[in-house]
Structures are given as C-alpha cells and as structure tokens.
Write a protein that binds this ligand. Structure first.
Ligand SMILES: Cc1ncc(COP(=O)(O)O)c(C=O)c1O
Length: 378
C-alpha cells in the first residue's frame, strides 16, 4: 500500500457510529436514511429530485431501460471514459457510438457530435471527464433539435458547475458514483438527479422490481402487484447512512482538493515535457477530482518507468482511463473498430498520469510528490 494512496475515503467515528446505529435499528432497506440522503443531495445540488441507486452504472442503465432505449437504438458517448458509460448502453441492447476527445480537457469534442446523429440516435450522454464539465448548455440546443435525451455522467464531478448550475441538471438527468475514491463515498452507491419530476415515479418504480406499491403504500404487508419489468437497484440503509454523513463534509473536502490542486500546480508547472490538465474555472468550474499530467510525445514511452518510480517512493497514482472504450477488447471485437481512431482520446489514455489530491493528502505529501516528479522528469 502506498503511503500517499491515489484515493482514500475519509472515514471517521461519525461514519462508524451511524453504521452501528442503522444495524441496531433493524431497518436495513426501505428506511429513512435513503430518503434523508436524497433530500440532502437535492438540497446540495439544487435538483428537483434525487434518487439513490446501487451504483452510477445502475443509475444510467436504469434510465435507458426505463425510457425504452434498447435494440436498434444508438446512444452517443465519449470514447474517453470509464467502461461503465458504454456498458450501461450496451446492456440495454442499444449501440454506443463513440466520439473523440478535445484538448485540453479530454472531454468529448462537441463539434464532432452532430455528424454522428442518425435516425437511430436516442440520446447523447456526456461525461465530465476528470471532473471538468462539458459545456452542456451548447449541447442542449442540439439535443432539442433532434429530440434526444441529454444525459450527464457526473461520476467524477460532484461539486462541478456550468454557469452556477450543478452538473447533472442541464441535461435530462445526472448520474453520480460513491465508489471509495470518489469525492464522497458510500462504499458502493450512486445517485440520479433530475431537473424535473417527469421521470421520478417511473425510475423509482423500475429501480424496485416494478412493484405497483412501495412499502409505505401497501395496505397489507407483503401484498403488491407487479405491472412492469424492473431491477433491484436500491441503495441499502447502511450505504445511505454513510452518504448522509459524507455529503455534510463535502464542502470541506472540496476546499482541500482545490488547495491541493493549486499547490501542486505551483510546484511543477514549470516542468518541461509535461502538460497539466487544467481544472476549469469561470463559468465552467471543475471538481478537482485529481491532478493529471500528460507526458510529451518525447517521454510518453517512459510512463510506466515514471509510475514505478513514484510507487517506489510511496506515491500512488492512477490512469483515467487505460484505453478509450472502443479500444477495449469487448468493444473492439464486437464493433471491429480500428485502433487508429479516437486519436486524442488515445493520447490521454497513453500519456496520462493521475496524481492524488484528495482530502487525505497533506501539504507535506504534496512536497514529496512534486519533489519526486521533478526528479524523475528531469
Ligand atoms: C465516468 C465514470 N462513469 C461511471 C463510473 C462507474 O461508477 P460506479 O462504480 O458507481 O458504477 C465510473 C467509475 O469510476 C466513472 O469513472
């Protein structure tokens, strides 16, 4: 284990206490904690509704499935993303259509989207890559013109905004992840946010087997009917109770991430042969998910040497993401996509090193990171 891990959840006595309280309550699902977490998330983001789910992937799959996106349909997504963004489409039977990235953010290149729209397109799903928001407002007009759903994968973007609106609220829905290295954690878990209640009832029903009555609507316990197909994508009370505690701490987490980003940037910005992926500010504002450097073409082949050197010096790192999705075996084999496509997305996959700036990282840690980065790059 690295002494400065890439990500580390901040778990204090508060989280431990709430878990044991929930365990002692005997109510492990269908209880007040999921509702409390949803209310807190709604308040924090300004959403009209927030729906807990078992993961971000589950949330995206649930949305596509609920809106009847499936076989014969296409969903436009970025090539540079976690495989979850593509799998959520693929699982419905629909086809993901990949779009290359842009510099300097690595986000989907908006200017390439319109020519990928066909009669089969049902949705555009953007990913706020590394927490830097895509300019979703620009895409809204396009989505309207072609009557498409516009969705936002916000797995790395809690706290990011576009013109002061929290990400996830400009499109039809936003999806968050609470996996342990994310901004806040519930162990595993996710949240869907909506800017209207139009799909709330449907999504809540489909995330719980398609029951016609929720637990509190049942006249006799255990008596219900099922009038639709659905999943079990619920979040347990144990997971939700962690979310209730963690969301309260988010602002202090974000302040620390922002400080860490700027401090590390000041230390290594003069280094030649690396390019720092910016954290956007201004009307589009990022979430300081991590500190990413892109190696120049000249030193790109030394990436694993650099990563190993950092590891030997107890510095954790990560790669977001190791391949553009169309380069992953499953997608390559299925869609016969040429490895040469998605040039910018490939450059991010092949040259990036992501460094830790989470709230677990101290100023002293950042000094160690910058010292070692300088040593190995120079
Ligand atoms: C952009 C993106 N979307 C979705 C996911 C999947 O999130 P979850 O593990 O909560 O399903 C991840 C995971 O890291 C991700 O990076």
């Amino acid at each position: 284990m690295s002494k400065i891990p890439f990500g580390k959840p901040i778990i204090t006595s508060e989280e431990k206490k709430i878990i044991s309280k929930v365990l002692n309550s005997g109510t492990l699902v269908h209880g007040p904690k999921a509702k409390e977490f949803e209310e807190a998330f709604k308040k924090f983001t300004g959403a009209k509704d927030a729906i807990t789910v078992s993961s971000c992937t589950a949330g995206m799959h649930l949305f596509y499935f609920s809106l009847n996106i499936g076989k014969g349909d296409e969903v436009i997504i970025p090539a540079q993303t976690h495989v979850a963004t593509a799998h959520a489409v693929e699982l419905t039977g629909a086809k993901p259509i990949f779009v290359d990235s842009e510099y300097p953010t690595g986000n989907i290149n908006i200017s390439l989207i319109e020519k990928k729209i066909t009669k089969k397109t049902k949705a555009i799903t953007v990913v706020h890559y590394l927490g830097n928001p895509v300019d979703v407002k620009k895409l809204k007009l396009l989505a309207r013109k072609y009557k498409l759903y516009l969705l936002e994968d916000c797995a790395l973007a809690l706290g990011a905004s576009v013109e002061k609106k929290h990400v996830g609220l400009i499109g039809d829905a936003g999806f968050f992840s609470f996996y342990p290295v994310k901004h806040i954690t519930t162990g595993e878990g996710g949240m869907i946010i909506l800017n209207s209640k139009k799909y709330s009832k449907l999504l809540r029903k489909k995330k719980a087997f398609g029951y016609n009555k929720s637990l509190d609507q049942r006249v006799y316990p255990g008596l219900y009917d099922v009038d639709q197909l659905g999943f079990n994508y619920r979040m347990s009370e144990l997971h939700a109770s962690l979310g209730v505690i963690q969301i309260k701490k988010f602002n202090s987490f974000l302040r620390k991430r922002s400080f860490n980003f700027k401090y590390l940037e000041s230390k290594i910005k003069k280094l030649k042969e690396i390019f720092i992926v910016p954290n956007l500010k201004g009307h589009i504002s990022g979430s300081f998910y991590c500190f990413s450097i892109l190696l120049s073409k000249k030193i790109a082949s030394k990436r694993f040497k650099i990563i190993n050197f950092l590891k030997k010096n107890n510095i954790g790192s990560s790669i977001y993401y190791p391949h553009p999705v169309p380069r992953l075996k499953f997608y390559r084999d299925k869609y016969k996509i040429s490895k040469r496509n998605y040039e910018i997305a490939s450059q991010f996959s092949d040259r990036i090193i992501c460094l830790p700036i989470g709230p677990h990282v101290s100023k002293k840690d950042l000094d160690i990171i910058s010292l070692n980065i300088k040593k190995i790059i120079n």
